[in-house]
Write a new protein. Sequence first.
Length: 158
Amino acid sequence: MTLFKQGGLIVECISYKKDYKYQLIEAYTVQTPIIPTKDASSPSEFISLTIGGLLTIKKGYAWDGPSGPAIDTRNFMRGSLVHDALYQLMREKLLDQNTTRKPADRLLQQMCKTDGMSSIRAWWIYTGLRVFDRLSIGSSSTRPIIKAPLACEKAPNH
């Protein structure tokens, strides 16, 4: 927490990121076809992937659900969770995007179909990912940190 004085008052600042809609209530573990050269664990410690391909996402992990023009349906949620976690590991340079991106996209497609999505919709989702989602791996897609109240954005040393 950041504190600073403004007009004789002590202002307490918070820092947060936008666009998260969902939060995992219990840990989720799934076997993936993605095999890293060494165990990978996110700096936040919410995501880990073993050299055996076992992905664990801890309770409290927040994600934005299906991205873009996609509709948030129950047959898309589990796949979007796993896909977002894998892409986060790629953004954090813990997984190589050149070898991981396509298998992660295919895994999302397969999970959606397993969860009851039509093959046609799952194919459209996969195709959209292949065309547009490279943008969400780059570090420029990292969500900016926002400070509140507004005065905190202008506070010295912040």
